[in-house]
Design a protein around this ligand. Structure first.
Ligand code: GDR
Length: 326
């Protein structure tokens, strides 16, 4: 019998890489999507297009306990990866109520439904380096205290604590993956890396003349999503549930990202990029850098794609997309 897995947020970047990984490993893959996504597959399911026939999609909403409960009862998963969230930090300042309600309740509903209908199911929560916020220490480890700087970060701290509490109170096999930024050619266009690689490719192809960004001084620890979903999988294959930092251990500024992306196309970003105050966040996370020693030791995991190759991979793919015939 195939192992059944349920993925919330299956339509996102990580959902797409994780589904492929689990299909390759012989899992029966189930995913939760919003009803609107099923009605508009062309736009909302583009990342899953090549594997749509191989996976099972169920419509449910993170805002409805009843709908999550029904899917969990029907699928009775052995593993559940809870990736769904309002995940764009900037937007969380504009709509803090819905970010906080959806993200916290969605995690709580999923945990509770599993406890009631599939208590042996292993659970993964997509926690985030945003929880470290105004960092207390660099690099950040599993023991670094949290200081979130956005409604999104706050919602992730609550999700992290819910996950830990279900593990301790109800004996659920529940893990927190504290993932640092992770990118790919399937990254959403609103995040800074994709905005840069897409913007640079459009400028190269003559389709745009400038690129407006916010704070160029922030530093992030950027890895490759395809590597990070392997760490998620490994967490659920251990004997005991635990929490892990997943990162590369390197930090770079947005300017460094710009250097590599534009250089790769033979362009000088200073000529095209404008820093626009209206794109700055009300509270910024200035530096993130993760220490993944625990994952290395216990999961035998390490990142394979380095910063340079990640930027190149994204620029090359975006160039193909904007100028498909060249
Ligand atoms: P982040 O990713 O907030 O770290 O969260 P994002 O790419 O949005 O921002 C990274 C940094 O770039 C600065 N920045 C800009 N960001 C965006 N989006 N657009 C811009 O124009 C721009 N200009 C500068 C930001 O201020 C910030 O400092 C991501 C998300 O995937 C979260 O869901 C996840 O939890 C964390 O990574 C780990």
């Amino acid at each position: 019998m195939k192992k059944r897995v349920l993925i919330t947020g299956i339509t996102g970047q990580d959902g797409a890489y994780l589904s492929r990984l689990l299909l390759d490993k012989g899992y029966e893959v189930h995913g939760i999507v919003r009803r609107v996504a099923l009605e508009d597959p062309e736009h909302r399911l583009w990342r899953l297009r090549p594997i749509l026939k191989k996976i099972n999609l169920h419509s449910a909403s993170l805002e409805s306990y009843a709908s999550i409960f029904d899917v969990v009862e029907k699928v009775k998963p052995q593993e559940c990866y809870h990736l769904a969230a309002q995940s764009f930090v900037s937007y969380s300042f504009e709509d803090e109520f819905s970010t906080i309600n959806t993200n916290i309740n969605g995690t709580h509903y999923t945990l509770s439904a599993l406890k009631n209908k599939a208590p042996k199911c292993k659970f993964y929560f997509a926690a985030s380096s945003e929880m470290f916020g105004k960092v207390k220490k660099t690099p950040q480890t599993e023991d670094t205290s949290f200081y979130p700087r956005s409604p999104y970060g706050i919602s992730k701290v609550a999700g992290y604590e819910l996950t830990r509490n279900y593990r301790e109170a109800y004996n659920l096999f529940a893990c927190n993956g504290i993932l640092f930024n992770h990118e790919s050619p399937m990254r959403g266009y609103e995040f800074v890396t994709r905005k840069i690689t897409n913007g640079a490719a459009r400028i190269k192809a003559g389709l745009a003349k400038e690129l407006r960004l916010g704070n160029l001084h922030a530093k992030r620890d950027w890895g490759f999503s395809g590597d990070y979903v392997e760490a998620m999988f490994l967490m659920l294959q251990q004997d005991k549930p635990d929490d892990y930092v997943i990162a590369t251990g390197e930090t770079h500024t947005i300017k460094e990202f710009l250097d590599l992306a534009f250089d790769h196309l033979g362009l000088d970003w200073h000529k095209y990029v404008k820093s626009d105050k209206s794109l700055f966040r009300p509270a910024e996370v200035n530096i993130l850098c993760g220490d993944y020693s625990k994952a290395k030791k216990k999961l035998k995991w390490k990142p394979k794609v380095n910063f340079k190759n990640l930027v190149k991979m994204m620029v090359d793919e975006d160039l193909k997309l904007v100028s498909p015939h060249s």
